[in-house]
Design a protein around this ligand. Structure first.
Ligand SMILES: Cc1cc2nc3c(=O)[nH]c(=O)nc-3n(C[C@H](O)[C@H](O)[C@H](O)COP(=O)(O)OP(=O)(O)OC[C@H]3O[C@@H](n4cnc5c(N)ncnc54)[C@H](O)[C@@H]3O)c2cc1C
Length: 300
């Protein structure tokens, strides 16, 4: 439970859960949102300290937080995991570097602190970019060109196959269905039965994806193709998230299991690694690199 003294420094996972509890208990509006009240700050302070927030409110909803209440609900806005890499941006695949939100340098744990995605982008992004450039410069002669050509061929074959599909599954339908599954069964509150259902739902969607048909097959500025390729990635990532969440029988940061509400450092102080295999997700784990501060349970 959030204490009054925590106010705006209370972590967002706890705030999100409390907002959802309020909505689920019938205390929200239209069964979907609550109000955020900034009016006590006054116009001068809002203009000085929160001009961006005020702009967003005015632009998207026409609400002026100086005088009105802001309708809010929790939303997914950051991926704490990502492509496993070290502090140099190197991944398990030689010559493949990961940077930014897509990468997982493992600095955030199970709940990124506000503002800290700058670490991913500016600090580790710069390191990974520099290292990738050095790696490419270090390749002797035409070494590596063969494998690049091979990868390009495989990508082209994949795209050709998508364009030629005579079947009739629509990308947007599968995307909407995936959103619904992830939102309702793998969201702020998780439990084994819903996660199992989600794993099954995703398998069905992956099967449907095999029968996808592009609306447009031209090679220039083809958004239909881009969205279809992205959807394949989203389905695979969703399967990995569900497998990891189902296995992790504890609650930590933004991963909250109603059937295992306590954090369990004895068993679960470890990173989840998810591998793609033709038969589905394979999970593995690696130890957490503990810095000078011993991990402690959050007591709010
Ligand atoms: C609403 C919201 C508020 C946020 N607030 C904060 C905050 O206050 N402080 C903070 O630190 N962080 C915040 N974040 C998180 C932060 O904005 C992101 O983590 C950060 O911008 C990620 O940067 P990135 O360059 O790694 O990825 P992105 O900015 O997502 O850039 C990835 C780019 O790759 C492109 N792309 C994707 N697929 C392909 C492809 N196949 N081929 C070519 N291009 C491709 C995309 O179009 C995109 O331009 C917020 C995020 C959201 C959504």
């Amino acid at each position: 439970m959030i204490q009054k003294k925590d106010m705006e420094v209370a972590p967002r996972d706890i705030i999100s859960r409390n907002i959802m509890r309020e909505i689920m208990a019938g205390g929200g509006f239209n069964n979907s949102y609550v109000h955020l009240d900034l009016r006590h700050l006054g116009e001068k302070k809002i203009a000085q300290r929160l001009p961006g927030i005020r702009d967003i409110c005015l632009e998207f909803t026409g609400v002026d937080p100086v005088a009105d209440l802001i309708p809010i609900q929790p939303g997914q806005h950051y991926t704490m995991g990502g492509i496993d890499c070290n502090t140099e941006g190197e991944t398990a695949v030689k010559g493949f570097y990961a940077a930014g939100e897509a990468a997982c340098v493992s600095v955030h744990g199970a709940n990124r602190l506000g503002g800290n995605s700058l670490l991913d982008t500016i600090v580790f992004g710069a390191i990974a970019g520099g290292n990738a450039a050095k790696y490419v410069q270090g390749l002797e002669g035409k070494k590596g060109e063969g494998s690049l050509r091979e990868a390009l061929k495989r990508a082209e074959q994949k795209i050709d196959a998508l364009g030629k599909s005579g079947e009739n599954e629509i990308q947007a339908d599968i995307k909407v269905a995936l959103n619904k599954v992830m939102d309702s069964k793998v969201g702020i509150f998780r439990e084994a039965s819903h996660l199992k259902e989600a794993a099954n739902d995703i398998k069905i969607l992956q099967e449907r994806y095999k029968r996808i048909r592009l609306n447009y097959t031209g090679r220039r500025a083809n958004l239909s193709l881009v969205w279809a390729l992205e959807l394949k990635g989203s389905l695979d990532v969703a399967a990995a998230i569900v497998a990891g969440a189902l296995a992790r029988e504890e609650s930590r940061g933004s991963h909250f299991r109603t059937d295992f509400p306590k954090r369990d450092d004895m068993v679960w102080l470890k990173h989840t690694l998810a591998y793609f295999t033709p038969d589905g997700v394979r999970l593995d784990y690696k130890p957490v690199n503990i810095g000078p501060f011993e991990p402690k349970e959050r007591k709010y």
